[in-house]
Design a protein around this ligand. Structure first.
Ligand SMILES: [Mg+2]
Length: 169
């Protein structure tokens, strides 16, 4: 049986994930979700803190890609100054978006970390293709009904998770 709905690691936020942690796991590329992982819905541009964190990844030699279920314009606008590989309306947890990103980064799935806030899209999809999956807590609770249902479905899994502590040498 695969990892299914369970992430390999669980952090409060992206800022708790360091290049050193990822590289220690043999990771060479990172596939990121945008909405409620990097910024909240409707925030079209990266924050200064987003940019610093993303630059930290690339400066450490990690490849970065965005795989989003959001619209083309949303993803393009967010990515404008970075120019990373991206896909939109990716249909996560479908495998195709993750596999195409892996191909674009020229990496094997086991060398890639998927970072996202949703278990049934980001984590399930990343696990299905054999990537290292990192769940982060959503930036803010979504006010929409469909999300309340999604989050309720996630709760039995999240309850069993413990936050990952970075191993200090
Ligand atoms: Mg998300």
């Amino acid at each position: 049986m695969g990892k299914g709905l369970f992430p390999d690691c669980y952090f409060h936020s992206i800022y708790d994930i360091t290049p050193e942690f990822l590289k220690g796991k043999g990771i060479r590329g990172v596939i990121l979700d945008i909405d409620n992982t990097l910024v909240f819905y409707g925030v079209y541009r990266p924050t200064a803190r987003n940019t610093a964190w993303l630059n930290g990844l690339t400066q450490a030699g990690l490849a970065v890609a965005f795989v989003s279920n959001g619209r083309q314009q949303r993803v393009e606008e967010y990515n404008r100054d970075f120019g990373f590989y991206f896909s939109f309306r990716s249909g996560k947890p479908k495998k195709a978006g993750f596999l195409k990103a892996a191909q674009a980064m020229n990496l094997a799935p086991c060398q890639i970390a998927v970072v996202g806030d949703q278990i049934y899209t980001d984590i399930l999809g990343g696990n299905r293709v054999g990537m290292f999956t990192c769940l982060v807590q959503p930036i803010k609770p979504e006010p929409w009904l469909r999300f309340r249902l999604k989050r309720a479905l996630e709760r039995p899994v999240v309850r069993r998770l413990k936050h990952t502590k970075e191993e200090t040498p």
